[in-house]
Design a protein around this ligand. Structure first.
Ligand code: NAD
Ligand code: DAU
Length: 344
């Protein structure tokens, strides 16, 4: 099978390419990625190396998913399935400036859907997020029928893409499926997201800025478990269906922070409570009964093991994140954290 993975140079996309490349020896993978600040070809260095000594199963194309001519020319070359990871993915950045989120996440998905339809693809998988459901109170979980209620420009753009994907199934019969996963963590995550940001700050004795009271809850899943779930959906999912994916692991941000500090033997005095994220969703929790029951998926990692592996990876790959943390992406961060550090 030949698959097109978009956004494959990012965190989850690169882990997914590695997973598929190593699991299916006869699959070929095309990776279309714009290489934004979050895209990094170093994430796939060993795949490039392995591939050059074998059958050329992996191809990288630098480009934008909103470029319909380019997308069309890639898909027409025998691609059988598209897995769309490409996105602007960081909530804080969407609060700073939402335009690119609409362009990539909504328009880009529409371009891919059109090309998939034109060339009669067997599968279109839209990689979405639990954030489209909004925020929960102290009880309950998101199921696939929970109404969409996105609160950030990021989640609103992802919800828009989900609705477009659904409409291509309903209107045109495109065999499209949607996955909605909770918070991922693991190797190669860009150090702007909570876990890698705090691990790398703690390693360098910098402050860990916890938003608000630190009691917001997220459900955490190790990235490899997300990849195995997408594998199941790709091969066995029913067209027109939404699948929730989660780690059955609810934790407050304060709990996550303390675990990271313990793993690194660093003091809790590194924690600083800063001004809250605007529109900050209080709690996410995922009911993933459907994918477990219908496709037989289950997660492999518990948080204790996953976080140890993750801390170890950032410890052993300091040159990977040092380059990023001293690069131009800092401009956004200086502004953002200057503002967050101003206590109300
Ligand atoms: P990421 O920011 O690490 O990677 C995104 C990738 O998309 C980058 O390589 C970037 O260069 C590429 N990209 C951005 N705009 C593009 C464009 N216009 N054309 C082509 N490529 C483009 O993101 P991630 O955390 O790996 O998330 C991947 C997907 O999974 C996203 O769709 C996100 O919404 C979804 N998701 C993420 C999480 C999470 O916890 N990280 C959880 C659930 C769902
Ligand atoms: O739930 C899935 C979503 O998870 C994905 O769709 C998004 O792409 C991904 O970025 C992630 O969104 P979050 O906003 O939950 O992730 P983030 O790592 O930015 O923040 C996690 C929690 O930690 C959130 O409650 C905000 C808080 N936080 C985050 C940062 C970066 C802090 O307290 N301090 C910080 O510096």
């Amino acid at each position: 099978m030949k698959i097109l993975v978009t956004g494959g140079a990012g965190f989850i996309g690169s882990n997914f390419i590695r997973y598929i490349f190593n699991t299916y020896q006869d699959y070929s993978i095309v990776n279309l990625d714009k290489l934004t600040y979050a895209g990094n070809l170093e994430n796939l260095k060993e795949i490039e190396e392995q591939d050059s000594s074998c059958k050329k199963r992996y191809t990288f194309i630098k480009g934008d998913i909103t470029d319909s001519k380019l997308v069309d020319s890639i898909i027409e070359k025998d691609v059988e399935a598209v897995i769309n990871f490409a996105a602007e993915s960081h909530v804080d950045r969407s609060i700073d400036n939402s335009r690119i989120f609409v362009e990539t996440n909504v328009l880009g998905t529409q371009v891919l859907l059109d090309a998939a339809l034109k060339h009669g693809l067997n599968r279109f998988i839209q990689i979405s997020t639990d954030e489209v459901y909004g925020s929960l109170g102290p009880d309950g979980k998101f199921s696939e029928t929970t109404p969409l209620s996105p609160n950030s420009p990021y989640s609103a753009s992802k919800a828009g893409a989900d609705l477009l994907t659904r409409s291509y199934f309903e209107t045109f019969g495109l065999p499209a499926l949607i996955t909605r996963c909770s918070n991922n963590y693991g190797p190669y995550q860009f150090p702007e997201k909570l876990i890698p940001f705090f691990i790398t700050n703690a390693m360098t004795d910098q402050q860990l800025p916890l938003y608000g009271d630190g009691q917001n809850v997220r459900d955490w899943i190790f990235v490899e478990d997300h990849c195995s779930a997408i594998d199941m959906v790709l091969h066995h999912g029913k067209p027109g269906t939404i699948y929730n994916i989660g780690g059955d692991c609810e934790k407050t941000n304060a709990e996550i922070t303390k675990t990271i500090l313990q793993e690194l033997s660093k003091p809790e005095s590194l924690i600083t409570y800063v001004k809250d994220r605007p529109g900050h969703d209080r709690r996410y929790a995922i009911d993933c009964t459907k994918i477990t029951r219908d496709l037989g998926w289950s997660r492999k990692y518990v948080f204790k093991t996953g976080i140890k592996e993750t801390v170890k990876w950032y410890n052993e790959n300091q040159s990977w994140w040092n380059k990023i943390k001293t690069g131009e992406y800092q401009d956004f961060y200086k502004r953002w954290y200057e503002d967050r550090n101003k206590q109300e």
